[in-house]
Design a protein around this ligand. Structure first.
Ligand code: GRG
Length: 299
C-alpha cells in the first residue's frame, strides 16, 4: 500500500457492511413470509456474522473504477448469497459435517438437513434473482453479469473445486493439484466479486484485466491463509471448528508445502495482487487495504 495514503479500513468495512446488510435485508423475503421456515433458515446463515469480504471487494473494485456504490450493491449481495449457500452445503453431514460456522451452530444443526439443503438452494437461486436486477451498462448488459456469476459458481469453478477437494481427501496430492482446487473452490468467487464491481462501474477492458489478475491472486492468497489459520488458530478465534483439515487429511498448503512456505506463498501472491493495481494510479486504495487485511487476518 502507498505509504502516503492513509486509509481507514475499519470504517470502510463497517460502512460497506452496513450498506450490504441493509440491501440483503431488502432483497430477501422477510422471516414471516410463507413458508417461514425456509426464509428463517436463509436469513439465519446470511446474517450470522460473516466477514462480508466478497461484497467489500466488489464495492472497492467499483470505487477504483469511479463507479457508484449503488450500482455495485446488487452484484455484491448476489455473491454473498452464493458464498453463504456454499458454506451451508459444505457444512452438511454429507460433506464436511461441521457443527459451527460464523460462530453459531450450522444451518443443519438448527433446522435439520432437509431445510439446510433447501436454504442453500434458495440462496443460490436468490443470487440470480438479485443479479437480474443489476443496472445494465453499455459494456456489461445483464446477461454478462449473470453469466459471470453462473460461471464462477458452476461445475467448472466453485463446484469443480469442491469435487476435487472431496476427491483429494485422505490422499497425497501435488502442489499443482492443490492450486487447481484452491483456484476453483475459493479464488473463482473472490475474483468474480472483484470483476463484478468493475463491471458495475462500466470499467474499461484494461481495468477488467487488472481486476481479474488482482482477484485471482488475492483469492488464492485468501485460501492459503485460510489453510494456515486452520492449523494456527483455535475454534473460538475462527468461529468454526479449527484443525479439521488436518484431521480429515484435507488438501491444504501447510500439509503439502509446510507452514513456512505457505506463509511465503501468501505474501508473494499478495505482492503480485498489489502489482496488478498499478493501472489505477492510487485510486485502488480500498482494494490494496483489503488485500493487506486478508493477508494479516486472524480469522
Ligand atoms: C458448492 C458445497 C459447495 C462448496 C464450494 C465454498 C466451498 C466450496 C466450501 C466451503 C468451505 C471452504 C473452505 C471454502 C473455501 C472458501 C472459504 C475460505 C470460505 C470461508 O470464507 P470467509 O472466511 O467466511 O470469507 P465468512 O464466514 O467470513 O463469510
Amino acid at each position: 500500500m502507498s505509504a502516503t495514503t492513509p486509509f481507514d479500513l475499519t470504517s470502510f468495512l463497517a460502512a460497506r457492511t452496513a450498506l450490504v446488510n441493509h440491501a440483503l435485508d431488502r432483497f430477501l423475503p422477510s422471516e414471516a413470509t410463507r413458508p417461514a421456515t425456509i426464509h428463517k433458515a436463509m436469513r439465519y446463515s446470511l446474517f450470522a456474522g460473516g466477514k462480508r469480504m466478497r461484497p467489500a471487494l466488489c464495492l472497492a473494485a467499483a470505487e477504483a473504477c469511479g463507479g457508484n456504490p449503488k450500482h455495485a450493491l446488487p452484484p455484491a449481495c448476489a455473491v454473498e448469497c452464493i458464498h453463504t449457500y456454499s458454506l451451508i452445503h459444505d457444512d452438511l453431514p454429507a460433506m464436511d459435517n461441521d457443527d459451527y460456522r460464523r460462530g453459531k451452530p450450522t444451518s443443519h444443526k438448527v433446522f435439520g438437513d432437509g431445510i439446510a439443503v433447501l436454504a442453500g438452494d434458495a440462496l443460490l437461486t436468490q443470487a440470480f434473482e438479485i443479479a437480474a436486477q443489476c443496472e445494465p451498462f453499455p459494456r456489461y448488459p445483464r446477461e454478462k453479469i449473470i453469466l459471470e456469476i453462473a460461471r464462477a459458481s458452476g461445475s467448472l469453478q466453485l463446484i469443480a473445486g469442491q469435487v476435487a477437494d472431496l476427491e483429494a481427501e485422505g490422499r497425497n496430492i501435488s502442489e499443482a493439484e492443490l492450486k487447481y482446487i484452491h483456484e476453483r473452490k475459493t479464488s473463482a468467487l473472490l475474483c468474480c466479486s472483484v470483476r463484478l464491481g468493475g463491471m458495475s462501474a462500466n470499467c474499461t477492458p484494461a481495468q477488467l484485466r487488472a481486476l481479474t489478475d488482482f482477484g485471482r491472486r488475492v483469492g488464492l492468497a485468501f485460501q492459503v491463509i485460510d489453510d494456515i489459520l486452520d492449523v494456527t488458530q483455535t475454534s473460538a478465534q475462527l468461529g468454526k471448528t479449527a484443525g479439521k483439515d488436518t484431521r480429515a487429511r484435507k488438501a491444504t498448503y501447510p500439509a503439502v508445502v509446510g507452514l513456512e512456505k505457505s506463509r511465503k506463498i501468501a505474501k508473494q501472491l499478495t505482492a503480485r495482487a498489489f502489482a496488478a493495481l498499478k493501472i489505477f494510479r492510487g485510486r485502488a486504495v480500498a482494494l490494496e487495504a483489503l488485500a493487506e487485511f486478508l493477508l494479516q487476518r486472524e480469522k
